[in-house]
Design a protein around this ligand. Structure first.
Ligand SMILES: NC(=O)c1ccc[n+]([C@@H]2O[C@H](COP(=O)([O-])OP(=O)(O)OC[C@H]3O[C@@H](n4cnc5c(N)ncnc54)[C@H](O)[C@@H]3O)[C@@H](O)[C@H]2O)c1
Ligand SMILES: [Zn+2]
Length: 1602
């Protein structure tokens, strides 16, 4: 290694910072020769060790051993969590164990964590030993390794325990960065940019101009950037060393290093660790620069450069930056201005109502050499997303003058002209936008020199007089259209020989046309080639020693006037005078061509146009640079300060626009303001307006076609003019940032001003100032800068403060508008944080009307005969939409029938028309339809394209059933021309097409039924209903639950792993085995076959025989399953089926970190992106048993290996795995291994403490340990614990427990405390309730008890409840006669649910917590739910889709009330009540909105409709039924459900009459069924668990029959 490479930087008087590429050998030599030590101990982390430890250690050992000294190394896990006391102690113990003494030299090899930690160890070890810093991250190279600050983090705060301990040497080798992850590199760039921004304009330019090179080096793609990276590191390190030297212990100067940090740290406090330090201070810099701007100390141009540079390195510039959302998953929404200010207040450097902020006054320059005290108000204003405008007092009649930001078009032209001209030119008022920045960078490549003057206000260009150089590299133009057009011609002026010039841009630029310009130039002898597919960029321009010929040039100018301007501006430097002829119909934007010609004239070249033609003559000559060229203001922007004068009655002069303006909008002053009563005076380059006395503006009628963008300004003035104003010629404003005409009308109305739309304009009725209103909710800006600025003008005279939301939208054209309004025009503005209010409102809006289904149209495809029409209509009914059959639509639209069409026009034509119509119907009905397509729609590529396109955002459902059944069905159908081919052949051809065009697939599972069976379709119907409801559900409609009703934790939940090779075998035991579970897991890898058809059938079985959600898992060998891990494509194909079949959960093994994972990442991302409503369980199973739950445990101690420097062995940590899974999963599943019991508690700590401490978005975690010692972790895991059941033939995993076993463990270790439940009432001896609940408790292994507590005294009830609440043993109670009202009246319950209120009785007591977390008792009523569930469970068996639904209640007592309530909850079309005592029936009818009937037969009289389904609820005791007449009604052949509430005897006269009726169509349920159902509801409310209903009913029926 040549030492010439090495640069030394002095710090604190010594040259101890050493910078160079590839200097490891040098480090070893230098350390050993200059630092005398008995032991050199390298401390590093695992990531760094893997790449860099061995080399350093070997070289160092060689040098040290030669002198009889020794080398040790110690590796700790990576990450900020290691910067803690534990790890410090661990390192100290290691040093002591190895007998290290005071003359030990510690080498900190790593990032800031290693540097800070090892530095602090060195500071205190033996009262201080030598430390050497070898930083390996960019951040540590330029920041943390320099300055001697060392520290650790403790629970009380970061970096608050530590010491100053200067390193003896700091070795900086950029080569280390080549292994650093890119995001870490960018992170360090934050500090690099920061340093340049406050200290060095040169370094800043270096950063601006070498983005690609630097990033290519960081990505390890190219070595080219090594030098430049070294340079930028030196620059930053130098600055830090200088600052530290002049202020070692933070007196004043050192504070300037904190540029961007005051606000940046506050943001970091909320967003870390998801966002890195360098990212947070990047945002901080922009905000702090805005603070400087609002203090009038910094120019827009500087802020523009700063944020563009930050963005170029992939760093965020505001909390709304997409990068922030991506990494924090929405956490940035928690940031409010108040919260940021609160955090800043805690910073010890800040005092009182001021904060210390480093102010820069231009790029690379400090305002003062220490942080400046800034008032809170100023910071709040800068940070706030919105602001309030205070009106200007009428007495204020000052004179103001100001400059307005320059015009973009003029800026771009001026840059070209000044660069081509002779001599120097100072451009004043240049607009610095992305476009002009790109242009400036490009001009530099062509050899143009320029520099900034006047504090960044002026740009001085040294003109080239047309002598340009061949660029050394390709020129990247981003999306800057103007630059690309102008520069294409400019490049043809290069007369040197050399390699071709390449102009390129971003993806969008590569689509924008440039063909006509290139063709015109090539026709003139140039050699320009298109390098891409399109006639657009990239292009190459050849240089063969001659420049543009000139002479006659023909150009088609109908696309862009920029082509014309491009040739015009370059033409004077062609070899011969140019005659430019524009051909084609119409020339666009003549005003822009005129602008170019006028500017050329200013630079000394006169263009002549042949009268009445499009032929221009340009002489061959040179431009001459004027000494100064003032870029004219953007004329539309200028209207705002002028309108300020008009509306407030003051005088304003705009200094950079006048009557020689080149822009149409410049006539605003004379054509609009003057007419409205202002006094206007203009010079060539200035405009002054004086407004009339307030309230004296006059209305006008004006055509603003030549200045459309200024109509908004005119409109707000018209709002307070006397009379009606009409503005026309502005219809293009309907399609700007928003529909501006509509937006103005809406917002004006908030001020109490009337306005309306004209065909091509707007009419405004002027209002007196006195009657203006303050908009209640503030002004909405529609993200449109012009709306924001216009309304800020109107706000100036409103009686009160006006809130302008979204203040940042002005950044598009005038970023400092608000500062100008405040600082120059003296308007008081107050920052306002709308965020919290808005968010609250938003949340409320979402809650108020939860929509069950999304309404995007659903498309159904599939073979003819698959059931598309039937299922389509059914889907339409479920979703509440319209159904359209494409065949019907075809016949409607083409006014023919398919039977006629095919023979005359043929199948091919039919397909063409069909696809056309599909496109049409989708375009016209993006929502609200269910569309069923013909089977052949997939036959053409066009058809498939339309479907695939739709599938990319909507649902395309493929309906399919056994091809045999289709054949059988179709042989009967004669309505359509039959297939010429065999149906099976057709299916074989189409099946893959159906597959690739659909997002979902529904398979008509016939189970053990035949197509002819009556129940065939009714069973399919309910499977299908569940499927459709799931895939179309609006995910937002219930935030506390996942689809499938699984509670998002903390509630405990389980899933049953089914390990069958064929689930047909499981059908008989499925219900019992799944008792207590919340979902069923289908282990696809364990199935007998992994063929699609087989798996599909298995999914269908689960859906048919259980209502539980399905977890679809393909577990690989190596993660505890059987699927071959190498078949990754096949695995993802299977997983995709899981999504297609609407499985509620799909388990995905995520493995995306490390080399060579690109394909896997792509597959995982694709899968996750198309998950729809399914939830992804991102899983990782550590079968090797090596992953660690504890981020602190050091394996090098555990496993007795003192180092891990040999080979790339890495410790696997669950924390890292968790972070790896997080972006992909809705649920994270981590399975480890327990080597000792302790490992289960580390796991528990991991879930309860480590995961929350990461501060990332919360996601439910399933975490468990395998192995015999891991069993207890199954009891510790709360959410979705996989379980087995005793009746299953085998377990899914060794050690797997049943729910009963888990709950027993939980109770024995105190995780569940036993509760007592009671039945209050009398008489109750024969109650079935104890059987119901105690069976439930026992089956689930819960330690609770349900007892009878018989008494007629309410005081007894009160005492039992209150005592039980006090000692925590009361779990809940059932309540029956005579206490159903007592508990309300005597205050035993503190809350009554809506249902219990409506029914007027309580039957269930539940323990809840009040707002402070104290237990209270709530009274609920589950009787009605028992009734409701009994009806729901049975009605579908008899109900046809369009039946009228009528509820009948027999009786009018307390139970009847519950019955009425259930029926209304079920949404009956009509409610009838029959009671012997009519008056009581009438009472109920009044409450629930029903009709009274005299006997059951009356039902028939009140209903003429034939299609009726009844739900009859009987609530009178069997004994009282004896004299009732039921037969007339039941013999009439009606159908429905009967729910009997009486349960002695089991079969009452009512039930008997229904069953005995002729032609009976009645589903009946007995009293005991209702009792069980309501008991189950109680159980759910008390335990939060799903009860084992089958076991419970069995027990109850057993007892009942005894
Ligand atoms: N003392 C100071 O003046 C000062 C100043 C700023 C920051 N800090 C501290 O610095 C710490 C942050 O430093 P950091 O950003 O360097 O974090 P870091 O040390 O955690 O390193 C970041 C990551 O990059 C890995 N890594 C480091 N070098 C690598 C390389 N060459 N190749 C591959 N991977 C590599 C690390 O293992 C780690 O995972 C914080 O604790 C902060 O408080 C201290
Ligand atoms: Zn910092």
């Amino acid at each position: 290694m040549a030492e010439s490479n090495i640069i030394k930087i002095p710090i604190l008087g010594k040259e101890s910072i050493i910078v160079g590429n590839n200097i490891t050998a040098y480090i070893a030599k230098d350390v050993v020769s200059s630092i005398k030590a008995s032991t050199y101990c390298i401390i590093t982390d695992e990531n760094v060790a893997m790449h860099h430890l061995e080399k350093l250690e070997n070289l160092l050992t060689k040098e040290a051993n030669a002198l009889g000294r020794r080398v040790l190394s110690y590796t700790i896990p990576a990450g900020e969590l290691q910067k803690c006391r534990d790890t410090k102690a661990e390192i100290e113990d290691y040093l002591l164990l190895n007998k290290c003494t005071r003359d030990t030299c510690i080498l900190a090899l790593g990032g800031g964590v290693i540097g800070d930690l090892s530095g602090y160890v060195a500071a205190t070890f033996m009262r201080g030993c030598t430390v050497i810093q070898i930083p390996t991250t960019l951040l540590s190279m330029v920041d943390s390794s320099i300055g001697g600050k060392t520290a650790i983090d403790v629970p009380g705060g970061k970096n608050i325990i530590g010491a100053f301990h200067q390193p003896a040497r700091i070795f900086i080798d950029p080569q280390y960065l080549r292994t650093l992850p890119l995001r870490q590199f960018r992170n360090g760039m934050g500090e690099v940019i920061k340093t340049a921004a406050f200290w060095s304009p040169e370094d800043f330019s270096l950063l601006e101009n070498n983005v690609e090179k630097i990033l290519a080096f960081a990505r390890n793609e190219s070595e080219d950037g090594a030098d430049i990276v070294q340079k930028i590191i030196q620059g930053a390190a130098n600055t830090k060393a200088y600052v530290v030297t002049h202020d070692e212990k933070e007196g004043g100067l050192r504070g300037v290093l904190n540029f961007g940090h005051t606000i940046g740290h506050a943001i970091e406090a909320i967003l870390a660790p998801a966002m890195y330090h360098g990212e947070c201070i990047s945002m901080g810099m922009v905000y702090e620069a805005e603070v400087a701007r609002s203090m009038g100390l910094l120019k827009d141009a500087a802020i523009g450069r700063l944020s563009r540079c930050i963005q170029a390195y992939g760093l965020p510039v505001s909390i709304n930056d997409p990068l922030v959302d991506e990494n924090t998953h929405g956490k940035q929404k928690e940031i409010t201005v108040d919260r940021l200010m609160e955090i800043m207040k805690l910073d010890k450097k800040n005092r009182g109502t001021q904060k210390r902020i480093v102010i820069i006054s231009e790029i690379g320059k400090l305002y003062e050499e220490k942080p400046t005290n800034v008032d809170d108000e100023v910071i709040i204003n800068a940070l706030s997303p919105a602001l309030k405008v205070t009106p200007v007092p009428e007495t204020q009649k000052e004179k103001f003058s100001l400059n307005v930001p320059g015009s973009k078009s003029i800026s771009n032209r001026a840059l070209i002209l000044a660069s081509l001209a002779q001599g120097k030119c100072k451009l004043k008022g240049l607009l610095l936008s992305d476009d002009t920045q790109v242009m400036l960078d490009a001009l530099k490549y062509l050899g143009i020199k320029y520099f900034w003057e006047d504090n960044g206000d002026s740009l001085v260009i040294e003109g080239s007089n047309g002598k340009l150089q061949v660029p050394t590299d390709e020129i990247y133009l981003g999306n800057a259209g103007t630059a690309s057009r102008f520069l294409t011609s400019v490049c043809t002026l290069i007369s040197e020989n050399g390699p071709k010039t390449v102009l390129t841009g971003n993806a969008r630029m590569k689509e924008r046309p440039i063909g006509p310009l290139v063709e015109a130039l090539n026709a003139n002898g140039c050699d320009i080639q298109f390098l891409g597919k399109n006639k657009s960029l990239p292009i190459s321009i050849a240089h063969n020693g001659t420049k543009l010929q000139g002479g006659k040039i023909q150009l088609a100018a109908s696309v862009s006037s920029q082509y014309v301007s491009s040739i015009l501006m370059s033409a004077p430097y062609a070899q011969n005078p140019v005659t430019l002829e524009l051909v084609g119909d119409n020339v666009v934007s003549q005003p822009y061509i005129d602008m170019t010609i006028a500017m050329m004239k200013h630079f000394g070249i006169e263009v002549t146009r042949e009268p009445n033609t499009n032929i221009y003559h340009i002489p061959a000559a040179s431009y001459t640079n004027p000494e100064t060229y003032i870029i004219e203001a953007d004329a539309t922007s200028a209207t705002y300060p002028l309108a300020f004068a008009a509306i407030t009655g003051s005088t304003v002069t705009v200094e950079n626009i006048g009557n020689e303006s080149l822009q149409g909008d410049s006539e605003f002053a004379t054509k609009v303001l003057q007419q409205m009563g202002c006094t206007v005076s203009q010079t060539a380059h200035t405009t002054t307006v004086q407004g009339p006395v307030r309230g004296q503006l006059k209305s006008i009628k004006i055509d603003m076609e030549t200045m459309t963008d200024a109509f908004l300004t005119a409109t707000v003035l018209a709002a307070v003019a006397n009379g009606e104003t009409e503005i026309t010629g502005i219809s293009n404003q309907r399609v700007k940032e928003c529909n501006r005409i509509e937006a103005m009308i809406t917002e004006l109305a908030k001020f109490g001003v009337k306005a309306s739309e004209l065909e091509d304009g707007i009419k405004i009725t002027g209002t007196s100032i006195a009657s203006l209103k303050v908009p209640v909710d503030g002004v909405k800006c529609y993200d449109d800068h012009r709306i924001a600025m216009s309304f800020s003008i109107l706000s100036l005279i409103v009686p009160g403060q006006v809130l302008i939301k979204e203040k940042r939208c002005v950044e598009k054209t005038w970023p400092s508008w608000w500062d100008t309004l405040h600082n120059v025009l003296k308007v008081k503005l107050d920052g306002y944080d709308t965020l919290p209010d808005e968010m609250k409102k938003l949340a409320k809006e979402v809650k108020e009307e939860p929509k069950q289904f999304n309404d995007a149209s659903l498309i159904i495809i599939g073979m003819r005969g698959a059931g598309k029409t039937y299922m389509g209509q059914y889907a339409a009914k479920i979703l509440g939409r319209k159904f359209v059959d494409m065949d019907w639509y075809f016949e409607q639209e083409l006014k023919t029938t398919i039977k006629e069409f095919i023979p005359s026009k043929g199948w091919e034509q039919f397909r063409i028309e069909e696809v056309k119509l599909l496109k049409k119907i989708i375009a016209e009905n993006p929502t609200g339809l269910v569309i069923s397509c013909g089977g052949g729609i997939v036959e053409t590529e066009d058809g498939r394209d339309v479907l695939k396109q739709y599938a990319s955002q909507g649902i395309v459902l493929h309906l399919t059933r056994e091809i045999k059944d289709i054949v059988a069905y179709l042989s009967k159908d004669e309505t359509r021309p039959s297939f010429a081919e065999d149906i099976t052949t057709v299916w074989e051809r189409r099946k893959n097409w159906f597959q690739e065009c659909s997002t979902h697939e529904f398979y008509v599972y016939k189970g053990n039924k035949n197509v002819e069976d009556e129940e065939y379709w009714s069973e399919v119907d309910s499977d299908y209903k569940r499927f459709i409801e799931f895939i179309c559900a609006n995910p937002s409609s219930d935030e506390t639950k996942f689809p499938g009703n699984v509670h998002i934790p903390p509630a405990s939940s389980y899933f049953l792993s089914l390990t069958y090779a064929d689930l047909n075998e499981a059908i008989p035991i499925l219900e019992k085995a799944s008792e207590g579970s919340d979902a069923l897991e289908l282990r696809v890898d364990l199935l007998a076959s992994q063929e699609k058809e087989f798996i599909r059938q298995q999914v269908s079985i689960l859906r048919r025989y259980s209502s539980l959600p399905i977890i679809y898992t393909v577990r690989t060998d190596g993660q505890g399953g059987r699927f071959p891990p190498a078949e990754i494509d096949r695995m993802f194909e299977l997983l995709e089926y899981g999504l297609k079949w609407g499985c509620e959960y799909v388990d995905v093994e995520v493995d995306v970190i490390g080399k060579g994972k690109e394909h896997r990442i792509e597959l995982t991302e694709n899968l996750v992106n198309r998950k729809g409503n399914s939830k992804i369980i991102a899983s990782y199973h550590d079968c090797s048993g090596t992953a660690l739950w504890d981020p602190h445990t050091n394996a090098s101690i555990n496993t007795n290996t003192t180092k891990i420097s040999n080979g790339p062995k890495r410790l696997l940590r669950m924390r890292d795995k968790y972070m790896e899974l997080l972006p992909y999963g809705d649920i994270i599943k981590l399975i480890g291994f327990a080597h000792k019991l302790q490992d289960n508690f580390t796991l528990y700590t991991f879930v309860k403490e480590i995961v929350p401490s990461l501060g990332l978005q919360y996601k439910p975690v399933i975490a468990m340990n395998m192995g015999p010692l891991g069993q207890i972790s199954r009891a510790l895991n709360g959410f979705f614990t996989p379980v087995t059941h005793p009746i299953l033939p085998f377990k899914a995993a060794p050690g797997q427990l049943s729910i009963q076993e888990i709950n027993k463990i939980r109770s024995s270790i105190g995780l569940i405390s036993p509760k007592k439940y009671y039945l209050f009432g009398s008489p109750i001896a024969y109650s079935q309730s104890p059987t119901i609940h105690n069976t439930g408790f026992e089956v689930l292994g819960l330690p609770h008890k349900y007892e009878l507590s018989e008494s007629e005294e309410w005081t007894h009830v009160k005492k039992v409840v209150e005592d039980g609440i006090k000692d925590g043993s009361f779990g809940g109670a059932s309540v029956t006669i005579p206490h159903k009202q007592n508990v309300i009246e005597h205050g035993i319950v503190q809350r009554v649910t809506d249902a219990a209120k409506a029914i007027g009785a309580v039957n269930t007591l539940i323990v809840e917590n009040d707002e402070e977390g104290n237990p209270i008792v709530a009274g609920d009523n589950t009787d009605y739910l028992g009734i409701k569930r009994c009806i729901e469970n049975r009605i579908n068996k008899v109900r046809k889709s369009d039946d009228k639904f009528i509820g009948v209640v027999v009786g009018a007592g307390g139970t009847a009330r519950a019955a009425c309530y259930s029926l209304t909850q079920l949404g009956v079309d009509k409610l009838l009540i029959w009671n012997r005592t009519t008056s009581k029936a009438e009472e109920l009818a009044k409450i629930f909105g029903g009709e009274v009937i005299q006997n059951l037969g009356d039902c028939l009289k009140t209903e003429s409709d034939a299609n009726v389904v009844y739900a009859i609820v009987g609530t009178v005791p069997a004994a009282a039924q004896v004299n009732m007449n039921f037969t007339e009604f039941f013999d009439s052949g009606k159908k429905g459900v009967i729910v009997e509430m009486a349960y002695k005897p089991r079969r009452t006269p009512l039930l008997n009459a229904a069953v005995a009726a002729k032609d009976s169509h009645w589903e009946t349920t007995e009293g005991v069924d209702v009792l069980i159902e309501q008991g189950l509801e109680q159980f759910i409310r008390w335990t939060g668990r799903i009860p084992p209903s089958q076991a419970i009913s069995e027990q109850v029926y057993n007892r009942y029959s005894e």
